[in-house]
Design a protein around this ligand. Sequence first.
Ligand code: M6R
Length: 599
Amino acid sequence: MCGIIGYIGQKKISPILIDGLRKLEYRGYDSAGICVLSQGELKTIKRMGKLEELAASPEVAKLDGAIGIAHTRWATHGEPSEKNAHPHLDCQGNIAIVHNGIIENYQVLRDLLLKEGHKISSETDSEVLAHLVEKFYQGDLLQAVKETLLLVRGAYGLAAIHKNHEQIIVARKGSPLVLGLGENEMFIASDVPAILEHTKKVVYLNDDEIAIVGQTDYQITNLEGKEIDKKVEEIKWTVEQMEKKGYKHFMLKEIFEQSEAIANTLRGRIKDGQVKLSIDFDVKKIKRIIITACGTSWHSGLIAKYLLESIAEVSTEVDYASEFRYRSPMVGYSDMAIVISQSGETADTLAALREAKERGAKSLGIINVVGSTISREVDSGIYLHVGPEIGVASTKAFTSQVVALLLLTLYIRQQKGMSLDKDLLRDLSDIPEKIDQALHRAEEIKKIAEQFKDSKNFLYLGRGLNFPVALEGALKLKEISYIHAEGYPAAEIKHGPIALIDQNMPVVFIATKNNLSEKIISNMQEVKARRGIVIALVSDSEEKVEQIADYIIKVPETKDELSPIVNSIPLQLLAYYIADLKGLDVDKPRNLAKSVTVE
Ligand code: M6R
């Protein structure tokens, strides 16, 4: 994780770097630091805690210079502290580096450097990079960084500056880095939002590429020195899309954006009763689908399994990317690997993709961030087009992933020559309206949240397509409110979890109308009989549940295939309001980061 930004140009440097870090705070926010080359000296300021600690420091405002790098940290090695914050310097204070990733062999390198007399002052893996560059430096910073990188094992997005050079050296392996090309100025960053205010022209670095960046030019090579000609890309997102637009939190804004977001995912993809996707290989030939993803994206993958097997009639497995990559999976040429990732940068998902490709599978990405690493490595893909998601808790990306996966399911069915359900296509096109209706009930959900903000535990139960929705509801609640929450298939609780039910246990049932609703109502009775508190999420026309449930959340009626999209909305709102009522930092929950680029 961690966020990196760098600047070389003639403008006042500290606002550029600090504002850039603000846009990257979703990547980590336990400490931050800045280093500027000023009158031949490197001036470094670091602060423990949120970025505002650094931003508010009067020394930062005084910084002046034409070259600088800055970093916001998500701790991997060494606790969050000022000493462990980046930038890290070499012994002489001539070289500064910022790093995102993990240096796996740092201990060996650290021991070697200590033996050679280097003074290492932090507990981080990253600091060895500054000392290795120092060790190899003989007047050529690029060469010293290259020699350093040939020694390290692990992942890095790296930026280095030296007090004698008007350049920034950047390199990438496993952690994203992008160059921003301005007029007589250059930027480097972990992610586009950090530089979007200044330029929309970017060049993405690939793994094993290194760049030397000056004020007006740059050159990209591989570590062997072979020059690489890269395409300059134009970013379509606007600065406005990145801002809160009057909402208290990005998460709330992103929840309320969902009807528009999903309209964008659908745009141009359903036409004349057909699903239009451009997939570069023949999906008819696919015998089996393997979905890999992490967290919320894994939940949308679980929903897709139900859809792909019942509608497209293709056998589908879903695996955590972190498990898939190390379990010698049986994958071959007739398989398709679907990787789902909002950020397109999740380290485990990327590694799972590479593993599946290596074993001969065709690959398809369901990705939001255009130009992200995964989007560039898949054989084909479906972009979500929901705009940037800044809140750490994924909301609009989740619902649009489900939409994209349903489109894919229908497309596979269509390509196999099977007829499409016209009503389902129509209802899918109309789903933004249903989302809006669900959002109109936010105030009712807030009232329920008030009752439960002090609960210690929660259970979420669902069946069929709504079992993954239960998992997702529980994940949303735990990650932002720190309330312990579990999701289960409703019928499974009698095999153990029912022992937890008492008068203090709120149980959220996702019980909208489908062929299993009678059964789930019986599960509700089982909870009620043990004095559990039932919060039932039901379809508008449902009446039976009113005598059983303590609290009722109604959602507009949809076809079962679309119910995960609509049912997720109140669960997102419930988690949001509980966390906000507890006074927590909803957009930046403790210990988390938006983009998990370490394994
Ligand atoms: O960017 P990705 O979709 O690959 O991210 C995967 C997970 O890290 C992410 O969904 C995480 O679980 C979110 N915090 C959930 O809200």
